[in-house]
Ligand binder design. Structure first.
Ligand SMILES: N[C@@H](CCC(=O)N[C@@H](CS)C(=O)NCC(=O)O)C(=O)O
Length: 219
């Protein structure tokens, strides 16, 4: 059976929703990030980079990184149609997930963990503010990408949707300041989110395990 290691409120929610969507039998193991469990001896054997998500396969090997886990799940359960069929669609799906991983997520880390970008505490307020500005810009870009479409990639629900949903949730977090200062997240994204939540119970099941104020104190 697959084992998914996740953190409450973390980006691992993308993998959690997708594993629910895939129908794969799995066990979910919570890693208490706030308590530093990701840096403990046991978890470092799973992922030496001390991050969630991680997916342990039946043979004991481990896949890390949302982009890789989402691809693995979608390709392993093709009947669930979580992955585009044509090469251009596949490439666009990878492109969107790479963008979320390489730019959107790190912009939020500037808000939540400024000390990772500069040791000098006097710079942290400026790093956070730049993170907020960039993150807000990405939320707007997501709004434009969704446009009038049903899903991120058009008519087909793909792995791009649960991954994008993570950042919607973070953007509407109470202390991200996006909401208070600029009315966020953008409107079309909110409609897409409502569709996403109505699609199936996968969000609810994954969200139950993912609820928590993990980042609240750091935002
Ligand atoms: N690019 C990675 C990012 C993983 C990541 O940064 N996970 C965070 C949670 S959102 C984490 O485990 N943080 C724990 C820490 O940095 O100590 C992915 O998408 O899987």
């Amino acid at each position: 059976m697959l084992t998914l290691y996740y953190g409450a409120g973390a980006c691992s929610m993308a993998s959690h929703i997708t594993i629910e969507e895939s129908g794969a039998p799995y066990e979910a193991k919570s890693v208490a990030l706030a308590k530093g469990e990701q840096k403990g001896e046991d978890y470092l054997k799973i992922n030496p980079r001390a991050k969630v998500p991680a997916l342990k396969l039946d043979d004991g090997s481990v896949i890390t990184e949302n982009t890789a886990i989402l691809s693995y799940l979608a390709l392993s359960y093709p009947e669930k149609k979580l992955w585009p069929k044509d090469p251009a669609g596949e490439a666009r799906c990878i492109s969107h997930m790479a963008w979320l991983s390489n730019l959107v997520h790190p912009s939020f880390t500037h808000i939540s963990r400024p000390e990772r970008f500069a040791e000098d505490a006097s710079t942290h307020a400026a790093i956070k503010e730049t993170g907020r500005k960039n993150f807000w810009g990405y939320l707007q870009e997501i709004d434009g990408i969704i446009g009038g479409k049903q899903w991120v990639q058009g008519d087909q629900f793909t792995t791009c949707d649960p991954y994008t949903l993570v950042f919607y949730g973070w953007g509407s977090g109470s202390s991200c300041r996006c909401r208070s200062s600029r009315t966020t997240p953008p409107g079309r994204t909110a409609c897409w989110r409502a569709r996403r939540c109505a699609r199936s119970s996968s969000v609810r099941r994954a969200s139950c395990c993912n609820s928590g104020a993990r980042l609240a104190s750091r935002r």
